[in-house]
Design a protein around this ligand. Structure first.
Ligand code: ZN
Length: 277
């Protein structure tokens, strides 16, 4: 199931023709991925040069691959600029498709359910610092060109971008995709990775792992019942990293799966495509 998709992805990149964007001016970058909010985009520079998104330089791998993504609330426009080795600059405006997200209003909840107790605030702050540091890693691996496999199969029980308004207060949107599965189901690495974080007990998300796929592309695994990896472990695509659980603040066993480009939260479902049956 996985091989054809991978071949197509690499084939399209090598040929520099993505069907999404090809530069009419020069042999510009080939891009693969949805130009929409939550989208992960992989590109390859067809020549010597440097590339930047909205003036932020993008790391080029030894095979001149680069990656970037658009967050949930990304605006309609972004600018990719390529500076070729001869000094010529190519500016490529990108039109970003805007999405609509599910919003759910729930009123009349007791306040204790809405606000975390004061004594856990320090712990939450520490957790967030660990997560932020793991996602800030900028490593030279180009594993992200493999394309994402689903880490396990099961019904989708929560989607990216959805938001709840509790007692009139908008809460943080949901940034992952939730996959319902029995407690103890194996979770597989969606592509090659190095383990960037493996914490047994975060306040909100329980046992939580973060995998680094290179160039700031990371995936996160929340609420696990079992952690099989430690920081620094090298994983091949398909390796088991842990098991589905409901640790932290979760009501039932599921995998909350997340995808990031550095701190920018992307939609794993868009990147992985339809789940194979
Ligand atoms: Zn979730």
């Amino acid at each position: 199931m996985d091989l054809p998709r991978r071949t197509i992805l690499l084939g399209a990149l090598s040929a520099g023709m993505s069907g999404i964007l090809t530069s009419p001016v020069r042999a510009g970058p080939g891009l693969v991925g949805p130009l929409k909010q939550g989208g992960l985009i992989i590109g390859r520079l067809e020549g010597e040069g440097t590339v930047a998104l909205d003036d932020k330089p993008l790391r080029l791998s030894k095979n001149r691959y680069f990656a970037f993504g658009f967050g949930r609330d990304q605006g309609k426009e972004a600018l990719l600029s390529v500076t070729w080795v001869d000094g010529k600059v190519e500016r490529i405006p990108l039109a970003i498709e805007q999405r609509e997200y599910q919003v759910q209003k729930i009123d009349g909840l007791p306040d204790a359910m809405v606000t975390p107790p004061a004594e856990v605030l320090a712990r939450i702050k520490r957790d967030n610092a660990l997560i932020g540091a793991a996602r800030a890693r900028d490593t030279e691996a180009e594993w992200f060109v493999q394309g994402l496999d689903w880490p396990l199969r099961g019904p989708i029980s929560g989607v990216y971008g959805s938001q709840r308004i509790l007692n009139g207060e908008p809460r943080r949107p949901h940034f992952g995709v939730d996959i319902a599965a029995p407690e103890g189901s194996d979770i597989h690495a969606p592509m090659d990775a190095i383990v960037a974080m493996a914490e047994p007990d975060l306040y909100y998300t329980g046992a939580t792992a973060i995998l680094d796929h290179g160039h700031g592309i990371s995936t996160s695994y929340l609420h696990m019942s079992r952690m099989d990896v430690k920081v620094g472990d090298r994983l091949a695509r398909g390796d088991v990293l842990g098991a589905v659980g409901k640790t932290g603040r979760a009501t039932g066993p599921h995998l909350c799966w997340r995808l990031n480009w550095f701190q920018e939260r992307l939609d794993p479902q868009l990147a992985a495509g339809p789940m194979p049956s």
